[in-house]
Structure formats: structure tokens, C-alpha cells
Write a protein that binds this ligand. Structure first.
Ligand SMILES: [Zn+2]
Length: 149
């Protein structure tokens, strides 16, 4: 059983072409409702089945780069899987390629936690010595050590 295709998309959506089918097949073009925030090219990024099609918004990223050089990316974006049992838009949080999704309340709670964390980072950073003072101290220490050698 299928629902007939509406002739006009819902508010905040537009119809876009999507390529459906296995990569070994030519595939078929289906017109799907796509939210206005979606940045996915549904032709270039084909879905094997219509139910696999998902919408993703622009990604916002922050990287932590520890001294061992292994970058730990954190990305957030809007995500929607219309063909699943949870078709509503959620916030996807991709932490080093592990993706968790949050509904509105959980996403706002996460944002509050991040704001509090940023305040802690700022408070601790402000207790650090001034960068200029530190370089002068390093220079003085280097001269003392150089003189003793
Ligand atoms: Zn889309």
C-alpha cells in the first residue's frame, strides 16, 4: 500500500529528484520531499531503496587535536530518515564517526552542557599567565641555561 504523491510539497519542503537503486543498476529517479535545510545531492548520493534515503543539513564542526596528532572531530547537523520508524528531524552529533541523534529537548540540554563547558574552559584559560610574560620567562630561562653551559 502506498500513499499518493501530493502535488504540492509541505511547507518547508521541496520536491527533488533522487536516484534509487543498486550501484550496478541504472536506477530510477523518484521525486521526494526534501526539507529546505537538506544539503544532500540525492542524485549523486544514491539510495539502494527509497526507505534508505536520508536528509542531512550543513555540518558544523569542531576539532580537538591532541599532541599525538590524532584528530578528534565533533560535528553536528540536522538529520532526517523519513523511511524509518523515527521520521522526525533530529540533531545528529558525530563524535569521531560515532553518531548519536537527539530530539529537541535532549539537543537543547546538550547545548546547555556545552555552554557550561565553554564557560569552564574560559574561566581556566583566564587563570593562565599572559602569553607575552611567558615568552619573556622562557627567554630568560634559556639565557640562564645557555650562560651556565
Ligand atoms: Zn534531502
Amino acid at each position: 500500500m502506498s500513499t499518493p504523491m501530493p502535488s504540492v510539497p509541505r511547507p518547508g519542503y521541496r520536491f527533488v529528484p533522487a536516484l534509487i537503486g543498486r550501484s550496478t543498476d541504472p536506477g530510477v529517479i523518484a521525486f521526494v520531499e526534501c526539507p529546505s535545510w537538506c544539503t544532500v545531492d540525492h542524485i549523486a548520493s544514491r539510495s539502494v531503496f527509497l526507505e534508505d534515503l536520508n536528509h542531512e543539513g550543513e555540518r558544523r564542526a569542531m576539532s580537538f587535536t591532541p599532541s599525538n596528532g590524532a584528530r578528534v572531530p565533533v560535528e553536528v547537523y540536522l538529520s532526517q530518515w523519513p523511511g524509518t520508524h523515527e521520521p522526525q528531524t533530529q540533531l545528529a552529533v558525530d563524535l569521531d564517526y560515532e553518531v548519536e541523534t537527539y530530539d529537541r529537548t535532549a539537543a537543547l540540554a546538550l547545548a546547555d552542557q556545552l555552554v557550561a563547558f565553554a564557560a569552564d574552559v574560559r574561566r581556566l584559560a583566564q587563570t593562565l599567565p599572559d602569553d607575552a610574560v611567558r615568552s619573556q620567562a622562557d627567554e630568560a630561562l634559556r639565557r640562564v641555561r645557555g650562560g651556565a653551559a
